[in-house]
Design a protein around this ligand. Structure first.
Ligand SMILES: [Zn+2]
Length: 149
């Protein structure tokens, strides 16, 4: 049975992790993280989905500490609080998705073009900084620069 956080987003799709499955890692959010996932779905993902009228594919939402380590996520990653999602929208470029999120004035603390492949969007537990960043590999390390959209 699916648990819906918003009309088009289930709890399952925001916690499923290929890395967790492959490595046998637990990836179950606690009550607080679950509330955060619902906030993310209701204030960011669903309005985006409603606007574009097509599926928003989540490639990573909640990450337990173990899963975050396994995927090489940053130590303070909002994914661990259930406040971030990596996503793409088939038929739209990373930049088109970012322009859409910005244009809709959706809340975000950080929105990142991750290696030209997907968009990371995260909320803060406090005040959202509205940082827009570009992540690229430089000499094998992720390098973040501010991005003007
Ligand atoms: Zn992310």
């Amino acid at each position: 049975m699916s648990v819906y956080l918003s009309p088009n987003f289930t709890l399952q799709e925001l916690i499923v992790s290929q890395t967790a499955a492959r490595q046998g890692l637990r990836n179950l959010p606690g009550p607080g993280e679950r509330v955060n996932l619902e906030r993310l779905a209701k204030t960011v993902l669903q309005p985006l989905r409603d606007h574009v009228g097509r599926p928003v594919v989540i490639t990573s939402g909640y990450r337990s500490l173990a899963v975050n380590r396994a995927v090489g996520g940053s130590s303070g990653s909002a994914h661990m609080s259930g406040l971030a999602a990596d996503l793409h929208i088939p038929g739209m470029s990373v930049r088109q998705v970012m322009h859409t999120i910005k244009g809709l004035q959706l809340p975000f603390d950080q929105m990142i073009d991750e290696f030209g492949s997907w968009v990371h969007v995260g909320l803060s537990t406090g005040r959202n900084r509205h940082q827009i960043l570009n992540a690229r590999f430089v000499n094998g390390r992720a390098h973040y620069t501010e991005l003007k959209l």
